[in-house]
Every structure is written in C-alpha cells, then in structure tokens.
Design a protein around this ligand. Structure first.
Ligand code: NAD
Length: 482
C-alpha cells in the first residue's frame, strides 16, 4: 500500500495519545488480493482498563472545555481528514476492498459529519421553565454522558467510527473505539489526525483486537463506561444489550436489516430500476439498508426481473483500486460460503437464476452480481440478511399483500416503495415498519435526517438535528432563592 504520508499507517493501539504495542499481533488482509496489508497489535482486557482510565481522566477536562476549544479541534480534525482523503481512502480500499471512489466518498462524508456535529454542538441547550412554586426557578441543562465505548463494523469502517466518536467528542464526551479486526487501520489513522487537530490525549482511544468478546465484556461491565454505541449484527447487539444491563448503560444499537423494496405496477420502471441497483449493489451489497427482498407486483414482475438482470449482468466485481470495478470483494471466505449456500438452497427450492450465482474464480473473494427470481417466503433467504450482491425477487398481487410481506420480519431498518399513485405512497410510507422509508427514492441518508432502526434493528438515532442528544444527560435544576 503506497501512502503519501506513511505516518497515517498506525499499527499499534492508541491509548492516552500514545501508540500501544502488544505481545501478540494479528494480520489485516486485503480481501481483493488476499495479500497482507499490515500486522496490528492485538490488545487485551488489561488495555481496555488502561483505556477506560485514560478516557475517564480526559473527561474531567474535556466535558468542561470551552465550546470554542472543542469546536475548533473538531473543525481541524475535519480539515485534516479532507486534506488526507487520498491516503485515507487508500487505507480503506486496502483493508475493506471497496472501490476507491466509494472509499473517497466515505472519507469526505466523515469530514462533513464532523462539521455537522460541530454545528449542532452550538445548539445543545437546556431550557428555562415557568416557575411552579413561588420564588423557585426550574431549568434543565444538558451534560455530556461521559466515557462512550464505540464498537464498529467493517462495512463502513470510517463512517461508523466518526458518526459515533465524532458526535460524542463534539458533545464533550471521551471515547474508546473498538474497530472490526478486518478494518482497524482507518480508525487508527483517525487517531493520528485527531492528535494533530488538537484533540487532547485520552479523548479518542482505539483498541484493535482479534478477539472482540473479551474486550467487549470489559467495556460492558465497567461502571465508568456510561454508554455503548454499537453498529453490527443483530446477534452480537443482543448479547451486548444483555451484558450492559448490570451497569445500566445507555445503549445505541444500529443492527441488521431486511429491507423490502416494493415496486407497484404503476411505478416509473426506469426510476425503480435505478433505485433497485443502487439499493442492493452499492458497497458490494454489504450494507445494512440494502434491498433484501424485492417485492414486485404481478403486472410488471417479468419485465422488471428481465431488465434488472440485464443491468446487474453488466456490473463488474474486481479490485477496488481498479477504476473499472463496480463492486469489490466480500470481506471473507465465510461470506462467500454463506452466499453460495443461499443460492444453492433457493434454486433447489424452485428459484430461477437470472444472472450470476457464484464465483468466476473460487480462489478469490469475488462473488458474481446475482439476480434470483421466483423466490418465495418459505425460502431461508426471506428471513436472512443477505449482505452481498444478490437480488432476490418475490411476486405480489395487491397492496395489502405487499405490506403484509414487507412487514413480516423482526428487522425494521429501511424500506423502499415505488409507485406513481400519491395516495398509495402515503399509505405505504405510514404502514411500513421501518426507521426510514425511501419513497420513489433510494437516497435515504443526509446529515440532518435521523437514521436508525425500529423493532430488532436497533435503538436510538444517528445523524439528524438532535444527533448529539444521544450523548447527553438532561439534568433538572430546581433553585429556590438563596
Ligand atoms: P459483527 O456484529 O460481527 O461485528 C460488529 C463489531 O462487533 C465488530 O467490531 C466486531 O469485532 C464486534 N464484536 C463481535 N462480537 C463481539 C462480542 N462478542 N463482543 C463485543 N464486540 C463484538 O458485524 P459485522 O459483520 O462487522 O457487520 C455486519 C453487520 O453490521 C450486519 O448485520 C449489518 O447489517 C450491520 N450494520 C448495521 C448498520 C446500521 O446502521 N444499522 C450499519 C452497518 C452495519
């Protein structure tokens, strides 16, 4: 991996502003080439305790630092991230495999998010309330919740870190980031830039590790960690939910999805196809809001399926550093095996393979962009998070059936609906059980738009006008005259 500034490639842990080596290391591999990118320090439970102590010490000053000082540091951090976009995108492309242009977009989004958090920090206000008892003045203030642990996944390895740690730090909290072992390098590169930006030692700590359970346990049981913000699978999220019970931590959980993508007969087909490709194949389909079940009305089903397959057949899976690649590799061999099983089971139960279906070369981690038609709800794929480049098409007859199928899941992250009937769109947007609904649109992210799941897709919201409220405690002060 060639970087203009090699000091951004940090391979030790980062605690209290210092690189931390450890006896053990683990290997980060480029999933596109299977070559070693770096050997990274494998931290353990004792390092977690060090990080909690450092974050607690730093909190004492950072929570009361003048707003101007906090905001200046956050803006500098954003500026440094923007200025180093080429190196930072290279790091993501090497450890995650996604196309370089998508990696650049993710880095620029991180900088934009930090600026947004700095802006919102200026509006973190309490309230003055009408006096209830004569002579008494009641008010509320918002105070940073304290030390925040951030556990993040590999699919958006930069954005998932900044959306948590950036918001927490802008609010006056201190943070301990535990990145995925597949993609620890970008979280570490951010530590180097945070230091240069003037974010004090101990405010942003990073714990790379191969065995997340030990580190996670230590973070969950510590009474000094007041909040856990987790993005990852529903299975692990539920374990952490239980583990945090004893210390009654605040929890923010961004978990898995099973998004329906409904296309009615009267939809603008061209628009629906544009949305359909983006909503499944962006980030190689490794995305929580990915269209997991295409529900297509009878009258348009065959045409939609044929035209979607034609578009998908043109997508090229390849090395993210190659401009010609539309999508990158899967993150690991387990993902390839899971997707291969999904296709084999569905086709054995009657699904029709319209394009793709496997690998051109089984020694790699590339999976062909795939479309499966004639899927039915009894197939395992209906309930599974696909998390790869496979579009699964199901047929429905009327609106009631579409909504019943769409909501027949315990996930509730995203949903999409395409039609030209405004009344129908309004009914569907209200009835779909999801945290975000795309109406004739697959563009469902904006800094000022709250994002998060309902049902078993999570707790809390990221982004949005009130995004920093997740990281505060509201204190009521009831003051009688002295
Ligand atoms: P994962 O749950 O396997 O891992 C997520 C993080 O948790 C990683 O850092 C991992 O090391 C850590 N982890 C794993 N086991 C742990 C344990 N026992 N204790 C503490 N930490 C543990 O998920 P993943 O494979 O990295 O990411 C894919 C999943 O993330 C998908 O289900 C996807 O839908 C979800 N996701 C959700 C959102 C969202 O915003 N809702 C965004 C991105 C990804």
């Amino acid at each position: 991996m060639q970087l203009a500034h090699n000091e951004l490639l940090l391979t030790s842990g980062w605690i209290d502003g210092v690189g931390i080596d450890s006896a053990r290391q683990f290997t980060v591999v480029n999933p596109a080439t299977l070559q070693v990118v770096a050997e990274v320090s494998d931290l353990d439970a004792s390092h977690v305790r060090d990080a909690i102590a450092a974050a607690s010490r730093a909190l004492a000053r950072w929570k009361d630092a003048p707003l101007e000082e906090r905001l200046t540091a956050i803006h500098r951090w954003a500026e440094l991230i923007s200025r180093n976009v080429a190196d930072l995108a290279t790091i993501i492309c090497a450890e995650n495999g996604k196309p370089l242009r998508e990696a650049k977009g993710e880095i620029l989004q991180c900088a934009a998010l930090l600026r947004w958090f700095a802006e919102r920090a200026e509006y973190l206000q309490g309230t003055d309330l009408p006096t209830q008892d004569s002579g008494q003045r009641n008010s509320t203030i918002k105070q940073p919740i304290g030390v925040v642990a951030c556990i993040t996944p590999w699919n958006f390895p930069a954005a998932a870190v900044i959306v948590k740690a950036g918001a927490a730090i802008a609010t006056g909290c201190t943070t301990i980031v535990k990145p995925s072992d597949a993609t620890p390098l970008i979280a570490l590169a951010f530590a180097r830039l945070a230091e240069r930006a003037g974010i004090p030692a101990g405010v942003y700590n990073v714990l790379p590790c191969k065995n997340p359970a030990d580190i996670g346990h230590e973070l969950c049981i510590s009474p000094d960690v007041r909040m856990l913000s987790f993005t990852g699978s529903t299975k692990v999220g539920k374990q952490l939910y239980v583990a945090c019970g004893d210390t009654v931590k605040r929890l923010a959980l961004e978990l898995g999805g099973n998004a329906p993508f409904i296309v009615f007969d009267d939809a603008d087909l061209e628009k629906a196809l544009d949305g359909a490709v983006g909503a499944r194949f962006y980030n190689s389909g490794q995305i929580c809001v990915g269209a997991n079940r295409y529900l297509v009305q009878q009258g348009i089903y065959t045409e939609f399926a044929t035209r979607l397959a034609a578009r998908v057949a043109k997508l090229r899976a390849g090395d993210g550093f190659d401009d010609a690649s539309d999508i990158g590799p899967m993150i690991n061999r387990a993902a390839i095996e899971r997707l291969s099983r999904l296709v084999a089971t569905a086709t054995s139960m009657g699904a029709e393979l319209l394009t793709g279906g496997g690998q051109d070369d089984t020694s790699t981690l590339f999976f062909q962009p795939t479309v499966l038609a004639a899927m039915t709800p009894d197939m395992p794929a209906y309930d599974a998070e696909i998390f790869g480049p496979i579009a699964c098409l199901y047929e429905f007859s009327d609106e009631a059936e579409a909504l019943q199928m769409a909501n027949a899941t315990q996930a509730g992250l995203a949903a999409y609906v395409y039609s030209s009937d405004a009344r129908r769109l309004e009914r569907c947007a209200l009835a779909l059980e999801a945290g975000v609904v795309g109406v004739n649109s697959a563009h469902i992210f904006a800094n000022d738009l709250p994002f998060g799941g309902i049902k078993q897709s999570g707790l809390g919201r990221e982004h949005g006008l009130d995004c920093l409220d997740e990281y505060v405690e509201i204190k009521s002060i009831c003051a009688a005259p002295a």
